[in-house]
Structures are given as structure tokens and as C-alpha cells.
Ligand binder design. Sequence first.
Ligand SMILES: Cc1ncc(C[n+]2csc(CCOP(=O)(O)OP(=O)(O)O)c2C)c(N)n1
Ligand SMILES: [Mg+2]
Length: 322
Amino acid sequence: MKVTELYRTVSLIRHAELKIVEVYEQDIMQTPVHLSIGQESVAAALCSHLNKNDLALGTHRGHALYLAKGGNLMRFFAELLGRVAGCSGGYGGSMHLNDLECGLLGTSSIVGGALPISVGVAMATPRPRLTAVLFGDGACDEGVFYESLNFASLWKLPLVFVCENNRYSVQTHRRHRHSVNPYKIAEACQMRTLFVPIGVANDVVALNRLLEDPIQAVRQGGGPLFVECETVRTLDHHGIHSDIEKGFRPREEGHLAEKFCPMALIRKYLDPSTAGAIDLEVKKKVDTAFSQALKTKPLVIEGHYEQLGNDTKTTGTARGRA
Ligand SMILES: Cc1ncc(C[n+]2csc(CCOP(=O)(O)OP(=O)(O)O)c2C)c(N)n1
Ligand SMILES: [Mg+2]
């Protein structure tokens, strides 16, 4: 894939999330948001190797996957705004994005929840179609992680596991949770594995190149692939502020996020005027999609708020802040 196309995807994810940051305090998006800023390259590189009819599943931090998989930007914002036009009809909010049109079978708020589902999907979906599942390092704390890897390897499923290892499950560092890196478990299951350090994982061009042959091998019947990407979350676990500023993660995390910012790393492959022109185009697209989404019909669920002891109506189900 061309560098400009990869840049367009990373820029789209970044600017869509910056739009969320811009409007979030207005309380018009009453859904918790887990932003992908700092980690955009992983979903972008993975999806650069997926066709529209390949299937993908993801997590609570699923915006990047939805947009990289070719999801509809207006329907994305509409979902966050609790609108009927949302990709999940306004019922799901940020953590439950579904869109069969682009092959996103769903993102899940249950940590590790997508892993066994992806195994079932890959069993039911013959090659050359692929299934890909994106999950955080926190999912590797779950028993179902081991079961899913074992089963996928045993059945040589056409499944690509991609772990976004940002070292944190909320604010708990991996050193308190893991005796070995997740890719070691995949190796023990005799699965082909890649461990990708942050300098490569956050560089979408480098990661795109690295994944090309291994993903092609899965398509050709080589069995599952496990990719562990080291990356870094720039902002809060959820919300739009910084847990580094609040002292919940060390200052070095902030330096890491600056040094390995996916937008900055890809710009070295492009001349500044090309990157600037793409950014302008993307920002315009984001603004238009957001304004369109704002004009759509809210999902109204009669009686929902009354049950909670409030006498006003509300929209959507995934209300409130986590
Ligand atoms: C089964 C389950 N346990 C706990 C939680 C609470 N929880 C929500 S997000 C999260 C952290 C997940 O960390 P990770 O998988 O590394 O993803 P990240 O947020 O870092 O992208 C936890 C523990 C949950 N949603 N589901
Ligand atoms: Mg994590």
C-alpha cells in the first residue's frame, strides 16, 4: 500500500479522535470513550492487509479498528452521539461498534471477549477470507486467551491475533500481571509469532511491510499468526485527559508517546506539503461527518431514565461515564 494511503488512515483516526476531544466536554456524547491516540499505526497497518470481506473484531478501544477497516465516518460519530443512524443503531456507544458493511463483526467492552468469538468466526469462515482480532495486553490476563490460542493453533485457523501491548491494563503495568510477554504463550502453542518493538509498531510504513508476508501465509493456509505490537497510549485509559499528568503513569510514558507518535513517525516518509494537504482534506471530512451526524435522529428509549429514578427521557443505552 502507498505511503500516502497509510498516512490518510492514520490521519483519519487521529483527527476523528481529536474531534471527540474537542466536543466531549459539551456532554453531547454520553458514552465513555477509550481513545487510540498514540496507537493508530497498529490498526492501520493490520487493516492495510485486509480486504473488505475479511472479518475483524476488536475491543473497547475500537475507534482505530473501525475507521481503518473502512467504517463509515458519519455512522461512527452518530453511534457516539446515540443516534439511530449510528453503526450500532445508537445502542452501543463507543465500545460496541458493529458494521457488517466493512467487515467489522464487533468491538467488545468485555476484556478478552472478542478472542473466543474470533476463533469461532475463523472456523466458520473459509480461506481465502481472513479473520483478525485486535486486543490489548489486558486480554492476555484472561484464561480465555490461552484457550483461544491453543484452539486456533490446533485447528490451523485462518486467524490473525494482534495484541496492542501498551503495557497497561487501566493503570496496572504489565510487570505486575505477566510472567512472560504474550507472544511467548503463542510460541508455546506452536503458532507463528512476531514481536514488534515500538519503533516499528508505531511506524505504520514499517509495520505494514513487516506484516505483508506473514499475513499472506495465513491466507494461504499456514495457520494462525500472532503479532505482539509494543505501543503507547497517549491519554487517559478512558476520557480525553492525561493520566500521566494526574500522576497515574510515570513521566517516561509521556516521553515515549512523543518520541513514537505514529503521526510523526510516518511524516518522515512524506514531504510536508503532501502530509499537510492530506490532513486538511481529512479534517474537512471529519467536520462534515460530525455535523451530519449531529443532525440525525436521537435514539429515544422510553422509560429508561424513569427506571433509574429520573423523570426525563434519555437517548441510547450506553449512557454515563465509566
Ligand atoms: C472481563 C473484564 N474484566 C475487566 C474489565 C474492566 N476493564 C475495562 S478496560 C480494562 C483494561 C484493559 O486493558 P487492555 O486489554 O490492555 O486494553 P487497553 O485499555 O490498554 O487498550 C479493564 C480491566 C472488563 N471490561 N472486562
Ligand atoms: Mg493495555
